[in-house]
Design a protein around this ligand. Structure first.
Ligand code: ZN
Length: 272
C-alpha cells in the first residue's frame, strides 16, 4: 500500500500536469469506486470544473477544483492515478477517466478495487475518515506531542506509529524503517519509551520520511511508463522486507515478527 512518501511522489509528479486544467468530461465505468456521492452526481459535479491544486493529507490525495469542490482519492492497495495522452493504451481495471482540456486524460485504475474516490464540498470530510487523521509528520510532530499522545499506551510502538489518528501517513514499511533508525524495538509497549527515545523517534519520523520522498523522485515520463508503481526507494530500505538478510549496520540477521496482524522486520542487535 502506498504510504506518505509514495503518495507525496504521486502528488509531485501529477500536480504540474493537473493544475489549471479543466475537466472536459468524466466517465465512471465502475460505480463501486465512487464512495460518495452517486456516480451521476460525481460526473455532474466535476465536469466543466477547473483543477486548482493537488494536495496530500496523510495517504489521501485531494484534487481541489473551483467552486469549492474537491475530489478525495485513497489508493488503498493497488489504486493508481495516471495522466496519459488521449488514445494511450489503457490499463486493465481502469474505472474512471477524466478528459482534460489539454487532450490528456486522468485515469484511475485499480486491480483489487479497494481504492475510493469522493466528491465533497469544502469542509465536509466526515465520510472519508480524513477528519480523524492526526497531524502531518512534518507539521506538528515532536517528542512532547508523541509522549503526550502515545506515552501511556500499552500498544506496541509499531502499532502506535501506524495509527492514523496519532500521526497521518505512516504504514507498515515506514514504521519498520523509522524504528530501525531510531534503534527502538518495535515490540515494546509505547509506555516504556524514555524521553530521549521519544526525541529520537520524533526526529527519525521526519528524517526518514523526507529521505524516502527524496529517493522516490521520478519524472512524469518514468512514472507513466512504470504505471505509477516504480518505487525507487526500495534499494534504500534498511529493515522492511529484509528479514533473514544481514543488518546493514551491524551484520546481524534481521528478524521477522508479527505485530497487530502486520509483518515486521527488525534488527535484534541494533534495536532495544
Ligand atoms: Zn543491526
Amino acid at each position: 500500500m502506498p504510504e506518505l512518501p509514495e503518495v507525496e511522489t504521486i502528488r509531485r509528479v501529477l500536480a504540474p500536469q493537473l493544475t489549471g486544467r479543466m475537466a472536459v468530461s468524466v466517465s465512471v465505468r465502475t460505480p463501486g469506486v465512487i464512495a460518495y456521492p452517486s456516480p451521476a452526481e460525481f460526473i455532474a459535479g466535476t465536469a466543466g470544473k477547473t483543477i486548482k491544486e493537488l494536495c496530500r493529507r496523510g495517504k489521501f490525495l485531494i484534487i481541489r477544483m473551483d467552486r469549492g469542490m474537491r475530489i478525495i482519492v485513497h489508493l488503498r492497495m493497488t489504486g493508481c492515478l495516471l495522466i496519459t495522452p488521449e488514445g494511450y493504451p489503457e490499463e486493465a481495471h481502469t474505472h474512471v477517466i477524466m478528459k482534460l482540456d489539454d487532450s490528456n486524460e486522468l485515469r484511475f485504475s485499480d486491480t483489487r478495487r479497494f481504492g475510493r474516490l469522493w466528491l465533497l464540498d469544502n469542509g465536509k470530510d466526515l465520510l472519508t475518515g480524513m477528519d480523524r487523521l492526526g497531524p502531518e509528520p512534518f507539521d506538528h510532530i515532536d517528542a512532547s506531542y508523541l509522549r503526550q499522545r502515545l506515552g501511556k499506551s500499552r500498544r506496541k510502538i509499531k502499532q502506535c506509529l501506524m495509527d492514523q489518528s496519532a500521526i497521518a501517513g505512516i504504514g507498515n514499511i515506514y514504521s519498520d524503517e523509522i524504528l530501525f533508525s531510531a534503534g527502538i524495538d518495535p515490540r515494546r509497549e509505547a509506555r516504556t519509551l524514555s524521553q530521549s527515545e521519544w526525541q529520537s523517534l520524533a526526529m527519525m519520523i521526519q528524517e526518514r520520511l523526507s529521505y524516502f520522498i527524496e529517493k522516490n523522485t521520478i519524472t512524469p515520463e518514468e512514472y507513466l511508463e512504470s504505471k505509477g508503481r516504480d518505487y525507487r526507494n526500495t534499494p534504500f530500505l534498511q529493515a522492511y522486507g529484509r528479514a533473514g538478510e544481514p543488518c546493514k549496520v551491524c551484520g546481524s540477521r534481521l528478524e521477522h515478527t508479527v505485530i497487530g496482524g502486520r509483518s515486521c522486520t527488525f534488527c535484534p542487535a541494533c534495536q532495544h
